[in-house]
Design a protein around this ligand. Structure first.
Ligand code: ADP
Ligand code: ADP
Length: 225
């Protein structure tokens, strides 16, 4: 049974740029999938369809049995946790703590559970010591880690990440790869970070100019590297 099903997905931006040109794939529950390809290949555009930030020009996107569309967005966003390419797109509260608590608060969880989740998510990314700081005052790498924590704290069934290791220092990057290894739910990660692909993702999808050029076991796609 497939938890993500993308069928003949096409997407044209308002200016006419055809960013996706008929992409199809399915992902099974628990898979770790790397989405790779050159800048402009369509990775971000594809990921933005998984939580309904973009609506297909043609084709369809399903999460489990649910088609991604306006009426299903609340359900979709409870299932799909998205780490955006730009952390500024998801940090908007006065403190780091509040940003990480925002998702669990919206889920209507009890206060003690919210506190536990914030504490756990922040310590997973190594930022428990800056919980009272304003997200605006953080370094790019710290913002990235907070953005990741805001998603981890919601315990998503599907984790979607757009270049999660960019701006991270080597230690934080290694920490992220290790913590994602222990995250057993489905994940799909757009990245240029070869360690992340090789260490974390058993499957790799290669996008080229809006189309899928290859899709298979990472060890086979990279056997010559
Ligand atoms: P990637 O994430 O692989 O770098 P993107 O999905 O960001 O690729 O971009 C795919 C294509 O869509 C590129 O040609 C890019 O220039 C174009 N594109 C991205 N965002 C927009 C936008 N808001 N308006 C018009 N074209 C865009
Ligand atoms: P709970 O069991 O209440 O979800 P946990 O202590 O397992 O609490 O985790 C707290 C938060 O951190 C959760 O939202 C969970 O998604 C996230 N989390 C815990 N462990 C990991 C992990 N190894 N990888 C990613 N996220 C994790």
């Amino acid at each position: 049974h497939h938890i993500i099903e993308i069928h003949n997905l096409e997407y044209a931006y308002p200016d006419g740029t055809l960013a996706l040109r008929g992409a199809s794939f399915r992902i099974t529950h628990g898979e770790s999938v790397a989405l790779i390809g050159a800048n402009g290949a369509g990775k971000s555009t594809l990921l933005l369809h998984l939580n309904g930030c973009l609506t297909p020009t043609k084709g369809s996107v399903r999460i489990g049995d649910i088609p991604v569309m306006k009426s299903t967005l609340p359900t979709i966003r409870r299932t799909v946790g998205m780490v955006f390419q730009n952390p500024d797109d998801q940090l908007f509260m006065p403190t780091v703590y509040d940003d990480v608590a925002f998702g669990p608060l919206n889920l209507g969880l009890p206060v003690e559970e919210i506190e536990k989740r914030v504490k756990d998510a922040l310590s997973l990314v190594g930022l428990a010591h800056i919980k009272e700081k304003s997200p605006y005052r953080l370094s790019a790498g710290q913002k990235r880690s907070v953005a990741i924590a805001t998603v981890l704290s919601t315990s998503p069934n599907i984790l979607v990440m757009d270049e999660p290791s960019s701006n991270l220092d080597p230690k934080s990057r290694r920490n992220l790869i290790n913590l994602l290894k222990t995250f057993t739910h489905t994940k799909i990660i757009a990245t240029h970070d070869l360690d992340m692909v090789l260490d974390l993702c058993e499957r790799t999808i290669i996008l080229h100019q809006g189309q899928i050029m290859a899709d298979g076991a990472t060890v086979e796609l990279f056997q010559d590297v």
